[in-house]
Write a protein that binds this ligand. Structure first.
Ligand code: FES
Ligand SMILES: [Fe+2]
Length: 453
């Protein structure tokens, strides 16, 4: 074999071996890191209610070693794992009426961290009395809501209201709390939601049809940046129908999408809501969890997916517990994002126009992180009428046959018009807004006019 067979312009392996630096500004989530501090300004789900009992459970969130438990009075505590006496793990503690008692020397702590008892010490001990007055076990406030437990791990003088999303009150919606663990940085999992093109390839072509055939169609993509809400609107033509599917991210980590199985582009659907209402929560820099509700019923996914495997498929296209061979044959989201390594190096990427969603939201997080370093608190989700945060993750499918015009432009204009209509109606109450959107979509479809309603 002659070496001239190998052209110099090719074979650039040797030139591209540099180890690239990670994107520290947005991937580091531990305490005392800039992004870790930013994330500590929001409520995050930390566990499923079903996982919490009077038997303490060890969890890691934002790099912190924590223990979560229920007292015999049903109060939930989320505390630092290390006992402040001599660092024994409170996972071996015993829960009782007033809190958790360390196994080693019996100190008792309340759910807000107060040291209630130091039984081994002399009851007149000045040192013990002083410590009980001046020091507390690290503890965090929790809210239990509809099967998920949320916590706020930031400074107490900055604690925000717990945001109430419209997705919490969709009539007839049946929710199933779920957790899916990912062995990679939170940004990798978050990226997928702002990447509507991957659904056509990963979920429609590379692995066969994971949801429905329509997903394989590459649509017309439009991104929207509205405060800290990011939307990726993907409009596809499926025969005589136009299917508008909207993925959503509200910073830092609230995500929704269209349906996984309820919408396939073949049947009319007016403002179907998200298959999941989900948060991507960093466990540490190398792991994260999706804590979520799967949404089932008329405006969510079909009720037959209301089980563990169904939620896994909705979340990642495939069930989670599979052999390597199965994963290699039919990769889902977990394989795509974990395969990058536990922290992907963004400097090694070559972002394209279709990656705009990924670019804009990462840039915003970076700016908010830097701004917080200068003392500016990051914005919370925007509440509208009644203190509710409106969301737009959805599917709409209208019968709109092709016209004698450029169809790609035409369907894109339909997607834009539907989004604008939703934004225009945002100040209504949830019920009013949904009724108006649904009526308008029906009118638009009947009249074939998409910019008036
Ligand atoms: S280490 Fe917990 S009471 Fe001593
Ligand atoms: Fe996906």
């Amino acid at each position: 074999m002659n070496k001239s067979n190998f052209k110099k312009e090719g074979f650039r392996g040797y030139n591209q071996t540099a180890i690239l630096k990670i994107d520290e500004d947005i991937v580091q989530t531990n305490a005392n890191t800039p992004c870790g501090e930013y994330l500590r300004r929001y409520w995050h789900p930390v566990a499923l209610t079903s996982e919490v009992s009077e038997t303490p459970k060890e969890i890691r969130i934002l790099g912190e070693e924590l223990v979560i438990f229920k007292t015999s009075k049903n109060n939930i505590g989320l505390v630092h794992k290390a006992c402040p006496h001599r660092r024994a793990s409170l996972v071996y503690g015993k829960t009782e009426e007033r809190g958790i008692r360390c196994c080693y020397h019996g100190w008792l702590f309340s759910t807000d961290g107060e040291i209630l008892e130091t039984p081994g010490e002399d009851s007149n001990s000045k040192q013990a009395t002083k410590l009980r007055k001046t020091f507390k076990l690290g503890a965090y406030p929790v809210i239990e809501f509809n099967g998920l437990i949320f916590s706020y791990l930031g400074p107490m003088d900055k604690i925000p209201e717990f945001p109430h999303y419209d997705a919490f009150e969709i009539p007839g919606n049946i929710t199933r709390p779920y957790r899916i663990e990912y062995n990679c940085n939170w940004i990798q999992v978050l990226d997928a939601i702002m990447d509507p093109v991957h659904t056509s390839f990963l979920h429609g072509q590379s692995s066969g049809i994971q949801f429905s055939e329509g997903f394989a169609e590459v649509g017309e993509i439009e991104f929207f940046e509205r405060g800290i809400q990011y939307l990726g609107c993907n409009t596809r033509r499926i025969n005589d129908n136009v299917w508008v599917r909207v993925n959503e991210l509200i910073l830092p980590n609230f995500t929704q999408a269209g349906a996984a199985f309820a919408a396939d582009g073949t049947k009319t659907r007016y403002f179907g809501r998200s298959s999941f209402t989900r948060w991507v929560v960093p466990v540490d820099d190398h792991h994260c969890i999706a804590l979520a509700w799967g949404n089932f019923g008329e405006r969510g996914d079909p009720i037959k997916y209301n089980n563990k495997e169904g939620c896994e498929k909705i979340e990642a296209g495939e069930i989670m517990n599979r052999t390597f061979e199965e994963k290699q044959k039919n990769p889902g989201d977990a394989e795509a994002v974990e395969g990058m390594g536990s922290i992907s190096t963004h400097k090694g990427e070559h972002l394209m126009p279709t990656d705009k969603g990924v670019m804009i939201y990462r840039r915003r997080i970076r700016n908010l992180v830097k701004s917080l370093e200068k003392g500016n608190e990051p914005p919370q989700p925007k509440k509208i009428k009644g203190g509710i945060v409106k969301t737009n993750g959805q599917d709409t499918i209208l019968r709109v046959p092709k016209r004698n015009i450029d169809d790609r432009k035409f369907i894109k204009s339909i997607g834009s018009a539907i989004m604008k209509m939703q934004f225009d109606l945002e100040n209504m109450s949830v019920k009013e807004r949904d009724t108006h959107i649904i009526n308008n979509l029906s009118k638009m479809e009947k009249k074939g006019i998409f910019d008036k309603y």
